[in-house]
Design a binder for this molecule. Structure first.
Ligand code: UD1
Length: 355
């Protein structure tokens, strides 16, 4: 029996592509292992899948601020590296597919030391730190944005496009509205602050609720611990995070307000949803979302509002501009070809396994 090992985690964005690929391999009779952190979101998302053997390892985290954890973390990373090495030596998978995130680096290294071929995947326009380190141990990197190739060393990039989970294309708008109890004819605004929520966006939207609910019915995916019951009212539904319902909720949206995480924005593109993007700022990240958003803006797919310019007034103005011009955005999105990236990555992984 052929065996594939997946790794990737830290946020849903580093798990989504793996989730789309796992059923494909299972249908062809491969056994599937997943290596992630002991308690991260990947354990919840991938560890609960049928017939996936989940292995938790010790991990550290790269923080852009001071914390005593920064002193302890290097030891955890070394421990995780030993765990990953021993696990791969024991399991001997035919291939490792790595979606990035901090947990993936020791796993990639463990595979390389055990002579297991490694294929990486990069969702963002510029590679994250984990993939920048891992690339020297990998045979190739699947990229989502065409621009990414220029940032990759040694001709290892394979531009495949965006991998979209098949179930996202099966959403039903009426079911989505019914799930939220929306009975008015007002358009639906979906707000998604990335898989982890977005405090600034949540605050600004909430201070405008009276105004916004006159025009829209709002579904707000606000991130863990961010639901505020005191704000409950007809036409405003809040969820921390949704899984099975997401396809219906996206289908029901007329326009979207979102962070600019790569998976999210390509999902909205695939479903032709006009979007206003508020990318994570350079203070909070390496600026990858700003580049993602600018690339979409240049193609005419979205409006962009940088976090430094985020005020109540600017948000209202951009949202009404987006809604007025929604047909133009949809027309621009219809011109973009979405190839079957899921199959392209699936075939590349099998090719890598036979090396
Ligand atoms: C803070 C942070 O590090 N953000 C990064 C992270 O974002 P983040 O984890 O937010 O990633 P993405 O926006 O790429 O993906 C989020 C995924 O979660 C799903 N989803 C979201 C909300 C929900 O309620 N249910 C649900 O299923 C979305 O459909 C999507 O598939 O990874 C992205 C891809 O590398 C990067 O571009 C982001 O910069």
């Amino acid at each position: 029996m052929k065996k594939i090992m997946f790794t990737g985690g830290g946020s849903a964005g580093h798990v989504t592509v793996n989730l789309a690929l796992i059923p494909r391999f299972q249908e062809e009779g491969w056994s599937v292992d997943y290596v992630g952190s002991e308690a991260g979101i990947e354990r919840q998302l991938a560890g609960s899948l049928p017939e996936v053997r989940y292995h938790g390892i010790a991990t550290g985290k790269l923080r852009r601020y001071f914390s005593w954890q920064n002193v302890k973390d290097p030891f955890k990373v070394v421990k995780g590296a030993f765990q990953a090495y021993n696990l791969i030596r024991k399991e001997k998978p035919d291939v490792l597919f790595s979606k990035g995130g901090f947990v993936s680096v020791p796993v990639v290294l463990g595979a390389w030391l055990n002579r297991v071929p490694v294929l990486l995947h990069e969702s963002d326009l510029t590679p994250g730190l984990a993939n920048k380190i891992a690339i020297r141990f990998a045979t190739g990197v699947c990229t989502t944005f065409p621009e990414t190739e220029a940032h990759m060393r040694g001709g290892k990039a394979h531009h495949v496009g965006a991998v979209i989970r098949e179930e996202l294309l099966q959403g039903d708008a009426a079911r989505g509205r019914a799930f939220c109890g929306f009975t008015a004819v007002r358009p639906v605004l979906l707000i998604m602050g990335g898989s982890l929520g977005a405090r600034r966006i949540n605050q600004t939207v909430r201070s405008l609720l009276d105004e916004l609910t006159k025009t829209f019915q709002i579904v707000h995916l606000c991130g863990k611990g961010n639901v505020d019951p005191s704000l409950e009212r007809p036409g405003y539904m809040q969820f921390e995070y949704v899984q099975q319902e997401l396809p219906d909720l996206v289908a029901s949206a007329d326009i979207v307000l979102s962070r600019a995480g790569s998976n999210s924005i390509f999902e909205f593109l695939a479903l032709r949803k006009p979007m206003l993007l508020i990318p994570l700022s350079r203070q909070q990240s390496r600026g990858d979302q700003i580049l993602n958003a600018k690339s979409f803006q240049a193609a005419g797919f979205c409006e962009v509002l940088e976090e430094e310019e985020l005020t109540e007034q600017a948000l209202l103005q951009k949202l009404s501009l987006l809604y007025e011009n929604r047909e133009q955005y949809k027309a621009n999105m219809r011109k973009s070809e979405m190839n079957d990236a899921l199959t392209a990555v699936f075939e590349l992984i099998k090719k890598t396994a036979s090396k």
